[in-house]
Design a binder for this molecule. Structure first.
Ligand code: NAD
Ligand code: IPM
Ligand code: MN
Length: 366
């Protein structure tokens, strides 16, 4: 199968970890007899430097025709002083909106060898397995007006949601909960925000269609606390755009590092953009020490959700697990023993585990 994959490396460590994803995908392709054709396009600060815009038309057109899209990260100090509408982050928000990628799935699944790498107590983290479903194309991120007013003496951002936007993400969350442990926590701020009160109404209404899924409403401030004191009580969490952004970085602490978290940004027909949860990490960019696993695991999600390659996705996830069991880890993970390595060596270790496994599989089957 020849699949067209668009690569949007972006800025900072985005470029470094995209190399890792490519290497791993090429390995999977040769092990399984697939062909992945990669096309790189500019986004973010990189696109501003080359084309004067964070999201060139050429990038949008390529993404619209792709089988799947992988994104590294955007942003950095160099572009911080630019006006809001041409900042690198607008490239990312723009492509999510243009492609209608309203559902952002952020699985927070710890790997056993990293249990002690979390600053949280092992007994708190042990057994946690959460899927955060973040609404991605509405809310405060996109509402208009969003501007300085009254000669700069005041400012307005707008939290706007259509009921239908709430319905489709809540439905996605119920469907996902059904395939897991059938418990849905809806996170909002219904004690203050009207938008949250409508959100609750939508969740309650939808829940009638899913009697097998238990529903709990939780205020976002309490949810922030519960996520790191009692994470095992969560299965699927569904929430609006900004709350989901904040809670997922917080939840990454359960896994040992923000660098571990993958994500899938999808719409109903399965088209998707796959990106790690973290950003361009300007503090470590160019040093060759970035953790590539969030990116590599995003590539696995891409194979599973957009290319229907479940076995191949499992193979990558198993290889990541094997590496961690062998003690390989990057500097962001405070692992007591084992081998601290850089981005390239970590990627090599994953690749090595993929190829070793297929060699042993073929020996077993002969
Ligand atoms: P960040 O996620 O880039 O970094 C936060 C901290 O985590 C840093 O100390 C960083 O070194 C560390 N970190 C992140 N990913 C890592 C990895 N793979 N390996 C090792 N350490 C890692 O967040 P920030 O510093 O607040 O933002 C930097 C820039 O990234 C900003 O311009 C922001 O807008 C952008 N950003 C982009 C995305 C995205 O493209 N999806 C996501 C978040 C932030
Ligand atoms: C993320 C990022 C983005 C977001 C930024 C860079 C626009 O933090 O993907 O989590 O807030 O959605
Ligand atoms: Mn974020």
């Amino acid at each position: 199968m020849n699949k067209q994959i668009i690569l949007l490396p972006g800025d900072g460590i985005g470029k470094e970890i995209m190399e890792s994803a490519k290497y791993v995908l090429n390995t999977v392709a040769s092990e399984f007899g697939h062909r992945f054709t990669f096309h790189s396009h500019a986004i973010g600060g990189d696109a501003i430097d080359q084309y004067g815009t964070p999201l060139p038309d050429d990038t949008i057109n390529a993404c619209e025709q792709a089988d799947a899209i992988l994104l590294g990260a955007v942003g950095g100090k160099k572009w911080e002083a630019l006006p809001g509408n041409i900042r690198p982050e607008q490239g990312l928000l723009g492509i999510r909106k243009k492609l209608g990628l309203f559902a952002n799935l952020r699985p927070i699944q710890g790997f056993a060898p990293l249990l002690h790498a979390s600053p949280l107590k092992e007994e708190v983290v042990n057994g946690s397995d959460i899927l955060i479903i973040r609404e991605l194309t509405g809310g405060l991120y996109f509402g208009k007006p969003s501007e300085r007013i009254k000669d700069g003496k005041a400012v307005v951002d707008t939290l706007y949601y259509e009921r239908s936007e709430m319905e489709r993400i809540v439905e996605k969350a119920f469907e996902s909960a059904r395939l897991r442990r059938k418990h849905l926590t809806s996170v909002d701020k219904a004690n203050v925000l009207e938008s949250s009160r409508l959100w609750r109404e939508v969740v309650n209404e939808k829940s009638k269609e899913y009697p097998d899924v238990t529903v709990e409403h939780m205020l976002v401030d309490a949810a922030a606390m519960k996520l790191i004191t009692a994470p095992t009580q969560f299965d699927v969490i569904v929430t609006e755009n900004l709350f989901g952004d904040i809670l997922s970085d917080e939840a990454s602490v359960l896994t040992g590092s923000l660098g571990m978290l993958p994500s899938a940004s999808i719409r109903s027909d399965g088209v998707g953009l796959y990106e790690p949860v973290h950003g361009s990490a300007p503090d470590i960019a160019g040093k060759g020490i970035a953790n590539p696993l969030g990116m590599i695991l995003s590539a696995a999600l891409m194979l599973r959700h957009s290319l229907q390659m479940e076995e191949e996705a499992n193979e990558i996830e198993e290889a990541v697990r094997a590496c961690l069991e062998q003690g390989y880890h990057t500097a962001d993970l405070s692992v007591k023993n084992g081998k601290q390595v850089g981005t390239k060596e970590m990627t090599e270790a994953v690749v090595e585990n993929i190829t070793t496994k297929s060699v042993s599989d073929s020996i077993c089957s002969t």
